[in-house]
Design a protein around this ligand. Structure first.
Ligand code: ADP
Ligand code: MG
Length: 246
């Protein structure tokens, strides 16, 4: 057992791409059980931040600790942290030549040592949870975008992560498919999953989030519960952003 109640602790994190500073002194603590929504204009560093939490990018300064394990260059720490995190992207990244069921059983068999039967039982369990068990034998290309994203969420759940990171999970979807994906994420939130969700779906933020963080130009400018965030944003940049998207 790793220690305690803090899922993610980020302190003083800076990140540069060459001369360009994408993250500036980011400090953020996410307790287990929290549902955190991150929003902000394009290019503000939201993806870079969540990618640093999963070590898809490395931070240059400061500290990131996930469930008691500090992310360093040490491969063992990275593997330990990744094993706890489920990550869902805008693009679904499913294997097109495998069936839905095969996409879901691959990780549990290869990375967790489950038998095929165990992995298939688990895959069907999570396909039920995202309401598409009947799609198990299809290839991803035969599914709608919303269904594919739900498969991607189920694939993450099959690895039984302790926390989930979502980076604009509905941005690539046609409008009529956004709700079915947000509803699945909302169900997970209701069941107590710790999650960080980068999204501009402010209706979702109002329903699901314990806290909303607003980023701009690599900085966190606001961090508040949704009622306060939407009714009384403190900075002009956040008010302008909300005016544009609401
Ligand atoms: P957001 O997700 O908020 O739209 P990103 O985190 O993707 O923002 O990007 C933040 C800034 O960092 C942008 O200016 C982007 O161009 C830059 N950036 C992101 N990834 C890279 C990279 N791999 N190389 C160079 N610049 C990058
Ligand atoms: Mg992004």
């Amino acid at each position: 057992m790793q220690g305690g109640e803090v899922a993610i602790e980020i302190s003083g994190v800076g990140k540069w791409f060459g001369e360009y500073q994408a993250l500036k002194d980011i400090t953020l603590t996410v307790p287990f059980g929290e549902k955190l929504v991150i929003c902000g204009p394009s290019g503000s560093g939201k993806s870079t931040l969540v990618r640093c939490i999963d070590r898809l990018e490395s931070h240059d300064t400061g500290r990131i600790v996930v469930d008691g394990v500090e992310l360093t260059n040490d491969a063992a720490s990275i593997a330990q942290v990744r094993a706890e995190i489920g990550m869902v992207f805008q693009q679904f990244n499913l294997f097109p030549h495998l069936t839905v069921l095969e996409n879901l059983t691959l990780g549990p068999i290869k990375a967790r040592g489950l038998s095929r039967a165990e992995a298939e039982a688990r895959a069907m369990h999570y396909l039920e949870r995202v309401h598409i068990p009947e799609q198990a034998d299809k290839k991803p290309g035969q599914l709608s975008g919303g269904q594919q994203q739900r498969v991607a969420i189920a694939r993450s759940l099959c690895l039984e992560p302790k926390l989930m990171l979502f980076d604009e999970p509905t941005s690539a979807l046609d409008p009529e498919m956004i709700a079915e994906v947000l509803d699945v994420i909302l169900d997970l939130a209701t069941e107590g999953m710790t999650m960080v969700v980068v999204t501009h779906e402010m209706g979702f933020a109002r329903k699901a989030a314990d806290r909303v963080v607003f980023m701009d130009k690599g900085e966190i400018l606001e961090s508040a519960p949704p009622e306060e965030f939407f009714t009384a944003p403190k900075t002009a940049r956040c008010r302008k952003f909300l005016n544009q998207i609401l």
